[in-house]
Design a protein around this ligand. Structure first.
Ligand code: IPM
Ligand code: MN
Length: 370
């Protein structure tokens, strides 16, 4: 298989972890006989520094002409004082919008060898396997107006929570489709006791549910959902929610698995290539120190093989390499217990690569004796 992959490393640890994904994909390509062509583009603060634009047009073109996009992370204190249109995050929001990445899938499942790294008790988190389906191109992130203003002659500010009914429908439909392939439960999270947008969200979920009689739909208020996630995360299968709630709940859910650095995500496009990125940010405090956890990014690359290219065996091989390396006790600093030895980013990438290629060697030996 020949595929074009756009790589947007971005800022902070983005470059370090993106490098990991590329190396692991190259190893997978080598093992399984594929050709992946990587082309790099700029986004975020780095793009602002080099071009004056958080998302240069060439980057958008590059992505549109690729089969899939890998993204590291954007942002950092260096650009915090910039006007809104010159913030790194604006580049990320714009690429989500330009590529119509309306659904962000954030799976939260526990690697059993990491149960000690979770802040929650083992009995609470064991067996957790949920998927947050976050709406990604609407709601407060994109509604207009969003500006400082005056009201009755005094300083004021407004952000707008706007959704078209169709946008709500398509994300809820997608989550029912996915639930059909999982444990057949959808929890729709809203704030219907306060927000009109949430009441429409809830009605829409009810309407969609009629088309999926074998799937159980539950509604949950977002404040309760935040509590239930740490009280009893096993109760969830697919959780669908609007953009801002999904942003907040997915960070919360990520630490169930031991570290924010572990979580991959896939942003699904209505029309063009999908985009894959870890859910963590650019972590400027540890950037350039070779301490970032590359696993969220590497697992995002595995999702890319599965969802964009249909390469299930290859995706599983990468996921197995990650599990095996964790099983062997290898830990980056975010996962390690104090006093225990830790691996740097590059060393962790090297271990995953070795493990991935060792699987092949073992398969060859088995083949020879079959
Ligand atoms: C995420 C991030 C982004 C978001 C930021 C960097 C704009 O937190 O992908 O979750 O809020 O969507
Ligand atoms: Mn976030």
């Amino acid at each position: 298989m020949i595929r074009k992959i756009a790589v947007l490393p971005g800022d902070g640890i983005g470059a370090e972890v993106a490098q990991g994904a590329v190396e692991i994909l190259q190893a997978a390509a080598h093992r399984f006989g594929h050709h992946f062509h990587f082309q790099y583009g700029e986004i975020g603060g780095t793009a602002i520094d080099n071009t004056g634009n958080p998302l240069p047009e060439e980057t958008v073109e590059l992505c549109k002409n690729s089969d899939a996009v890998l993204l590291g992370a954007v942002g950092g204190p260096k650009w915090d004082k910039q006007p809104p249109h010159l913030r790194p995050e604006r580049g990320l929001l714009k690429i989500r919008n330009d590529l119509q990445l309306y659904a962000n899938l954030r799976p939260v499942s526990l690697h059993s060898s990491l149960s000690e790294s979770s802040p929650l008790k083992k009995e609470v988190i064991e067996g957790t396997d949920l998927l947050i389906v976050r709406e990604l191109t609407g709601g407060l992130y994109f509604g207009k107006p969003s500006e400082r203003t005056t009201y009755e002659g005094k300083e004021a500010v407004v952000d707008t929570l706007f959704y078209q009914k169709e946008e709500i429908e398509r994300i809820i439909e997608l989550s029912f489709e996915i639930a059909g392939k999982r444990n057949k439960k959808v929890t729709s999270v809203d704030k219907a006791n306060v927000l009109e947008s949430s009441r429409v969200w809830r009605e829409t979920a009810e309407e969609v549910a009629k088309k999926y009689p074998d799937i159980e739909l539950t509604h949950m208020l977002v404040d309760n959902a935040a509590m239930q996630l740490i009280k009893n995360p096993r109760q969830f299968d697919v959780v669908v929610t609007e953009n801002m709630f999904g942003d907040i709940l997915s960070d919360e859910a990520s630490v169930l698995t031991g570290s924010l650095g572990m979580l991959p995500s896939a942003s699904i496009s209505a029309s063009g290539p999908h985009l894959y990125e870890p859910i963590h940010g650019s972590a400027p405090d540890i950037a350039g120190k070779n301490t970032a956890n590359p696993l969220g990014m590497i697992l995002s690359a595995a999702s890319m093989l599965r969802l964009s290219f249909g390469l299930e065996e290859e995706a599983q091989a990468i996921e197995k390499a990650v599990s095996d390396v964790l099983e062997n006790g290898s830990r980056t600093a975010d996962l390690a217990h104090s006093g225990k030895e830790t691996l740097g980013t590059r060393e962790m990438i090297a271990e995953i690569k070795t493990s991935l290629l060792d699987q092949e060697a073992i398969a060859n030996i088995m083949g020879a004796y079959a």
